[in-house]
Design a protein around this ligand. Structure first.
Ligand code: NDP
Length: 272
């Protein structure tokens, strides 16, 4: 049986083995998928050990997404743009690093929530690792406008500079929260504020009628950001679908088969 795993530290909480086991059962693929706790300073050695045991691929989560860039011998365009790797593929030609987080977000918004991005006004809150990983996949869907708002404006400006040359010229711009102007069709919270039950200081006027508010974090009850957005008329979606869709994208890369995600997402939702 082909072997896969997810590396992280901590890793006990990971839902990835359950998601990939469900995909494998559904598509009839013979594989195993396990959790691997890698030492904080021993990621590369943990990857080599897994390859020596016959590993075919791996997912990578906190805190190893930057270490995985260095372990990879080749990077996909989206992994290079994200500056982070969440999926490793051990091929005959070497270790390929990919990043499926952004594609997962876009698949959840477009396919699951039924919201098209083309021609839309998009506001991205945050400019950390998660935000950087989703900029290129969003731009590929040709929004009318992509505004990146961040507490530290210089970090958002650096993203604009990076992505101007990757299809973002004239589309992507940066600002601080106090300077956010206008209303948006899609407002994505890619800050880590929700982890500490904080609300990014975003004005209520950002939510256009019929807009979708998306929080990359997921929990049993709506985050403070989603509560705020709901009070101002937005439709709401959390990041559980992104988690499942990034896994589906990795599974398809490894196995050449695209799994259906709706049942797996519902099953995870029921367990929250
Ligand atoms: P980083 O630490 O790289 O970045 C944090 C970002 O949040 C920065 O832009 C920071 O601003 C901003 N921020 C932090 N606190 C506040 C606050 N109180 N108010 C406003 N802005 C704030 O984190 P990541 O990018 O890696 O992760 C962000 C979130 O995305 C996490 O909640 C994570 O769980 C989620 N995520 C979800 C995934 C999924 O599959 N659903 C996948 C990946 C991530 P500044 O630059 O000014 O410090």
């Amino acid at each position: 049986m082909d072997r896969y795993c997810v590396f992280g530290n901590p890793i006990a909480h990971s839902k990835s083995p359950e998601i990939h086991a469900a995909f494998a059962a559904q598509t009839g693929q013979a594989l195993t998928y396990e959790k691997r706790l890698a030492p904080v300073d021993g990621f590369a050695a943990a990857v080599q050990a897994f390859i020596a045991e016959g590993g075919k691929g791996a997912n990578v989560t906190v805190p190893f997404k930057l270490d995985a860039v260095k372990v990879a011998q080749a990077l996909t365009i989206r992994a290079r743009a994200a500056g982070a790797v969440n999926t490793l593929h051990f091929t005959e030609d070497g270790i390929v690093g990919d990043n499926t987080d952004g594609a997962g977000l876009v698949a959840d918004i477009v396919n699951n929530a039924g919201v098209q991005i083309i021609g839309k006004r998009v506001l991205l809150l945050g400019a950390g690792g998660a935000a950087r990983g989703v900029v290129l996949p969003i731009l590929e869907h040709r929004p009318a406008q992509l505004v990146i708002a961040n507490r530290t404006v210089a970090t958002a400006e650096a993203l604009v500079e990076q992505f101007a040359a990757l299809g973002g010229e004239g589309v992507v711009s940066a600002c601080g929260y106090a300077d956010i102007a206008g209303a948006f069709d899609l407002v994505i919270n890619a800050t880590s504020a929700s982890l500490s039950a904080e609300l990014p200081p975003v004005p209520a006027s950002v939510f256009a009628p019929g807009s979708l508010a998306y929080d990359m974090m997921y929990a049993a009850s709506p985050t403070v950001f989603l509560q705020f957005a709901g009070q101002h008329g937005a439709r709401l979606r959390d990041g559980l679908g992104m988690l499942v869709e990034q896994a589906a994208e990795a599974f398809s890369l490894w196995r050449g088969v695209q799994p259906a995600t709706a049942g797996v997402l519902q099953s995870l939702r029921d367990q929250l």
